[in-house]
Design a protein around this ligand. Structure first.
Ligand SMILES: [Zn+2]
Ligand SMILES: [Zn+2]
Length: 251
Protein backbone atom coordinates (compact mmCIF):
# COMPACT_ATOMS: atom_id res chain seq x y z
CA UNK A 1 0.00 0.00 0.00
CA UNK A 2 1.07 3.52 -0.54
CA UNK A 3 -0.51 6.63 0.91
CA UNK A 4 -0.45 9.71 -1.21
CA UNK A 5 -1.70 13.19 -0.47
CA UNK A 6 -3.38 15.25 -3.09
CA UNK A 7 -2.94 18.97 -2.69
CA UNK A 8 -6.49 20.12 -3.05
CA UNK A 9 -5.75 23.82 -3.48
CA UNK A 10 -3.34 23.04 -6.30
CA UNK A 11 -5.50 20.51 -8.05
CA UNK A 12 -8.77 22.29 -7.66
CA UNK A 13 -7.52 25.13 -9.84
CA UNK A 14 -7.52 22.65 -12.71
CA UNK A 15 -11.23 21.99 -12.48
CA UNK A 16 -12.82 24.95 -10.69
CA UNK A 17 -13.07 28.65 -11.56
CA UNK A 18 -11.77 31.34 -9.22
CA UNK A 19 -15.25 32.31 -8.09
CA UNK A 20 -18.78 30.88 -8.18
CA UNK A 21 -21.76 33.01 -9.19
CA UNK A 22 -24.67 32.91 -6.73
CA UNK A 23 -27.92 34.70 -7.58
CA UNK A 24 -29.76 34.61 -4.29
CA UNK A 25 -33.52 35.10 -4.31
CA UNK A 26 -35.41 36.50 -1.32
CA UNK A 27 -35.30 33.98 1.52
CA UNK A 28 -32.20 32.31 0.12
CA UNK A 29 -28.81 32.24 1.81
CA UNK A 30 -25.39 30.68 1.39
CA UNK A 31 -25.25 27.29 3.12
CA UNK A 32 -23.26 27.53 6.36
CA UNK A 33 -22.16 23.88 6.11
CA UNK A 34 -20.46 23.97 2.72
CA UNK A 35 -19.95 27.75 2.56
CA UNK A 36 -21.74 27.89 -0.75
CA UNK A 37 -19.60 25.31 -2.54
CA UNK A 38 -22.37 22.70 -2.54
CA UNK A 39 -19.89 19.97 -1.60
CA UNK A 40 -18.31 18.65 1.57
CA UNK A 41 -15.59 16.17 2.43
CA UNK A 42 -16.80 12.60 2.48
CA UNK A 43 -14.96 10.12 4.68
CA UNK A 44 -15.09 6.57 3.36
CA UNK A 45 -13.17 4.61 5.95
CA UNK A 46 -12.42 0.95 5.38
CA UNK A 47 -10.51 -2.00 6.72
CA UNK A 48 -8.92 -5.07 5.18
CA UNK A 49 -9.74 -8.58 6.33
CA UNK A 50 -6.74 -10.28 7.93
CA UNK A 51 -4.80 -7.02 8.10
CA UNK A 52 -1.76 -7.60 10.35
CA UNK A 53 -0.23 -4.16 10.06
CA UNK A 54 0.08 -1.85 13.06
CA UNK A 55 -2.75 0.29 11.78
CA UNK A 56 -4.93 -2.78 11.32
CA UNK A 57 -4.30 -3.90 14.88
CA UNK A 58 -5.31 -0.54 16.30
CA UNK A 59 -8.55 -0.06 14.40
CA UNK A 60 -11.07 -2.00 12.33
CA UNK A 61 -11.18 0.73 9.70
CA UNK A 62 -7.79 2.42 9.64
CA UNK A 63 -7.90 3.48 5.98
CA UNK A 64 -9.78 6.15 4.15
CA UNK A 65 -10.84 7.01 0.62
CA UNK A 66 -11.57 10.63 1.31
CA UNK A 67 -13.51 12.34 -1.42
CA UNK A 68 -15.89 15.19 -2.09
CA UNK A 69 -19.65 14.65 -2.01
CA UNK A 70 -22.72 16.81 -2.39
CA UNK A 71 -23.51 18.84 0.71
CA UNK A 72 -26.18 17.06 2.76
CA UNK A 73 -27.53 20.38 4.06
CA UNK A 74 -28.36 22.16 0.83
CA UNK A 75 -28.82 22.11 -2.89
CA UNK A 76 -26.09 23.85 -4.88
CA UNK A 77 -24.66 25.63 -1.86
CA UNK A 78 -27.85 27.58 -1.20
CA UNK A 79 -30.36 27.13 1.63
CA UNK A 80 -33.92 28.46 1.78
CA UNK A 81 -35.26 30.29 4.79
CA UNK A 82 -38.85 30.22 5.99
CA UNK A 83 -40.48 33.53 5.05
CA UNK A 84 -42.25 33.56 8.40
CA UNK A 85 -39.77 32.50 11.07
CA UNK A 86 -36.52 32.97 9.13
CA UNK A 87 -35.19 29.53 10.02
CA UNK A 88 -33.70 27.24 7.43
CA UNK A 89 -36.16 24.95 5.71
CA UNK A 90 -34.63 21.47 5.89
CA UNK A 91 -33.38 20.06 2.62
CA UNK A 92 -36.12 18.21 0.77
CA UNK A 93 -39.03 20.03 2.42
CA UNK A 94 -39.61 22.56 -0.40
CA UNK A 95 -40.84 25.65 1.46
CA UNK A 96 -42.49 23.63 4.23
CA UNK A 97 -41.66 24.84 7.69
CA UNK A 98 -42.79 23.51 11.06
CA UNK A 99 -43.40 26.92 12.60
CA UNK A 100 -46.75 28.21 13.86
CA UNK A 101 -47.09 30.97 11.26
CA UNK A 102 -46.48 28.54 8.44
CA UNK A 103 -49.07 26.12 9.84
CA UNK A 104 -51.58 28.95 10.10
CA UNK A 105 -50.97 29.93 6.50
CA UNK A 106 -51.38 26.33 5.40
CA UNK A 107 -54.63 26.03 7.37
CA UNK A 108 -55.90 29.24 5.79
CA UNK A 109 -55.13 27.92 2.30
CA UNK A 110 -56.84 24.64 3.09
CA UNK A 111 -59.92 26.54 4.27
CA UNK A 112 -60.05 28.62 1.08
CA UNK A 113 -59.72 25.51 -1.10
CA UNK A 114 -62.52 23.83 0.84
CA UNK A 115 -64.73 26.91 0.40
CA UNK A 116 -64.05 26.91 -3.33
CA UNK A 117 -64.93 23.25 -3.60
CA UNK A 118 -68.21 23.90 -1.81
CA UNK A 119 -69.01 26.95 -3.93
CA UNK A 120 -68.68 24.85 -7.09
CA UNK A 121 -71.14 22.24 -5.78
CA UNK A 122 -74.91 22.42 -5.27
CA UNK A 123 -76.52 22.63 -1.87
CA UNK A 124 -79.36 20.16 -1.48
CA UNK A 125 -82.16 20.53 1.03
CA UNK A 126 -81.84 17.89 3.67
CA UNK A 127 -85.54 17.08 3.30
CA UNK A 128 -85.02 16.32 -0.40
CA UNK A 129 -82.53 13.51 -0.10
CA UNK A 130 -83.43 9.84 0.00
CA UNK A 131 -83.61 8.26 3.42
CA UNK A 132 -81.05 5.63 2.39
CA UNK A 133 -78.55 8.26 1.21
CA UNK A 134 -75.20 7.92 2.98
CA UNK A 135 -73.43 11.13 3.91
CA UNK A 136 -69.71 11.73 3.74
CA UNK A 137 -67.82 13.85 6.25
CA UNK A 138 -64.63 15.00 4.54
CA UNK A 139 -63.22 16.37 7.79
CA UNK A 140 -63.04 12.96 9.45
CA UNK A 141 -63.19 10.80 6.30
CA UNK A 142 -66.22 9.01 7.74
CA UNK A 143 -69.43 7.87 6.10
CA UNK A 144 -72.75 8.06 7.91
CA UNK A 145 -75.92 6.18 7.05
CA UNK A 146 -78.02 9.03 8.44
CA UNK A 147 -77.93 12.24 10.44
CA UNK A 148 -78.45 10.44 13.77
CA UNK A 149 -75.27 8.42 13.39
CA UNK A 150 -73.39 11.55 12.36
CA UNK A 151 -74.63 13.37 15.48
CA UNK A 152 -73.84 10.40 17.71
CA UNK A 153 -70.33 10.09 16.29
CA UNK A 154 -69.51 13.73 17.06
CA UNK A 155 -70.96 13.44 20.55
CA UNK A 156 -68.78 10.37 21.12
CA UNK A 157 -65.52 11.86 19.88
CA UNK A 158 -63.11 11.64 22.79
CA UNK A 159 -61.15 14.72 21.84
CA UNK A 160 -64.12 17.05 22.32
CA UNK A 161 -64.96 17.68 25.94
CA UNK A 162 -67.78 20.17 25.77
CA UNK A 163 -70.81 20.95 23.68
CA UNK A 164 -69.12 24.15 22.64
CA UNK A 165 -66.07 22.30 21.39
CA UNK A 166 -68.21 19.95 19.32
CA UNK A 167 -70.11 22.85 17.79
CA UNK A 168 -66.86 24.63 16.94
CA UNK A 169 -65.48 21.57 15.21
CA UNK A 170 -68.51 20.53 13.19
CA UNK A 171 -67.95 20.33 9.45
CA UNK A 172 -69.84 22.99 7.52
CA UNK A 173 -71.30 20.47 5.12
CA UNK A 174 -71.69 16.76 4.42
CA UNK A 175 -71.26 15.50 0.90
CA UNK A 176 -73.94 13.30 -0.63
CA UNK A 177 -72.80 9.95 -1.98
CA UNK A 178 -73.22 7.70 -4.99
CA UNK A 179 -73.89 4.03 -4.27
CA UNK A 180 -72.25 1.23 -6.22
CA UNK A 181 -73.45 -2.37 -5.94
CA UNK A 182 -71.73 -5.57 -6.99
CA UNK A 183 -71.84 -6.30 -10.71
CA UNK A 184 -70.19 -8.87 -12.92
CA UNK A 185 -69.39 -8.75 -16.60
CA UNK A 186 -70.21 -11.96 -18.49
CA UNK A 187 -67.88 -11.13 -21.41
CA UNK A 188 -64.98 -10.58 -19.08
CA UNK A 189 -65.62 -13.82 -17.19
CA UNK A 190 -66.00 -15.82 -20.42
CA UNK A 191 -62.87 -14.38 -21.99
CA UNK A 192 -60.74 -15.10 -18.94
CA UNK A 193 -62.21 -18.61 -18.76
CA UNK A 194 -61.22 -19.12 -22.41
CA UNK A 195 -57.69 -17.81 -22.01
CA UNK A 196 -56.00 -21.22 -21.96
CA UNK A 197 -58.39 -22.84 -24.44
CA UNK A 198 -58.00 -23.04 -28.22
CA UNK A 199 -57.93 -19.71 -30.02
CA UNK A 200 -61.50 -19.81 -31.36
CA UNK A 201 -63.05 -20.96 -28.08
CA UNK A 202 -64.28 -17.49 -27.10
CA UNK A 203 -65.75 -16.83 -30.56
CA UNK A 204 -67.57 -20.13 -30.48
CA UNK A 205 -69.76 -19.04 -27.61
CA UNK A 206 -72.84 -17.47 -29.08
CA UNK A 207 -74.00 -14.00 -28.15
CA UNK A 208 -77.29 -15.51 -26.92
CA UNK A 209 -75.34 -17.70 -24.52
CA UNK A 210 -73.32 -14.72 -23.34
CA UNK A 211 -76.48 -12.77 -22.74
CA UNK A 212 -77.89 -15.74 -20.86
CA UNK A 213 -74.88 -15.76 -18.53
CA UNK A 214 -75.14 -11.99 -18.07
CA UNK A 215 -78.79 -12.36 -17.04
CA UNK A 216 -77.89 -15.07 -14.54
CA UNK A 217 -75.11 -12.89 -13.12
CA UNK A 218 -77.42 -9.88 -12.90
CA UNK A 219 -79.99 -11.92 -11.00
CA UNK A 220 -77.34 -13.23 -8.66
CA UNK A 221 -75.91 -9.77 -8.00
CA UNK A 222 -79.37 -8.39 -7.33
CA UNK A 223 -79.76 -10.87 -4.47
CA UNK A 224 -76.64 -9.55 -2.74
CA UNK A 225 -77.46 -7.11 0.00
CA UNK A 226 -74.09 -6.59 1.63
CA UNK A 227 -71.93 -5.18 -1.13
CA UNK A 228 -73.19 -1.61 -1.46
CA UNK A 229 -70.27 0.79 -1.47
CA UNK A 230 -70.68 4.54 -1.47
CA UNK A 231 -68.43 7.19 -2.90
CA UNK A 232 -68.53 10.89 -2.13
CA UNK A 233 -70.34 13.00 -4.68
CA UNK A 234 -68.44 16.29 -4.62
CA UNK A 235 -71.14 17.99 -6.65
CA UNK A 236 -73.87 17.86 -4.01
CA UNK A 237 -73.93 18.54 -0.31
CA UNK A 238 -76.22 19.24 2.66
CA UNK A 239 -75.42 21.96 5.15
CA UNK A 240 -74.78 20.74 8.68
CA UNK A 241 -77.35 22.19 11.07
CA UNK A 242 -76.71 22.75 14.73
CA UNK A 243 -80.40 21.95 15.23
CA UNK A 244 -79.64 18.30 14.49
CA UNK A 245 -77.86 18.16 17.78
CA UNK A 246 -80.62 19.80 19.78
CA UNK A 247 -83.39 17.55 18.46
CA UNK A 248 -81.36 14.56 19.53
CA UNK A 249 -81.59 15.48 23.20
CA UNK A 250 -78.85 16.34 25.65
CA UNK A 251 -77.97 19.62 24.00
ZN1 LIG B 1 -24.33 23.13 1.77
ZN1 LIG C 1 -41.04 28.90 9.70
Amino acid sequence: MKRISINVSDEIKNILPETLKKDLQDHEEICPVCHGLGVVVDNNIYGIKGDTSDAGKKSMFPYNHQAIKFCPNCYNGVIRLCRYCGKQIPKGYIDRCGCEQYKQKEEEERRIKYQEKISKADEVDFEDIDSDMWLYDEQTDDYFSDVDSFVDAYKDFDEYESEEEIMNNLPKILWLTDPVDISMDADYIISSACEDLHEDAYENISSEDRRELQNILDEWCKKQTGTRTVYPNYKRYVRVRKGWFEINGNY
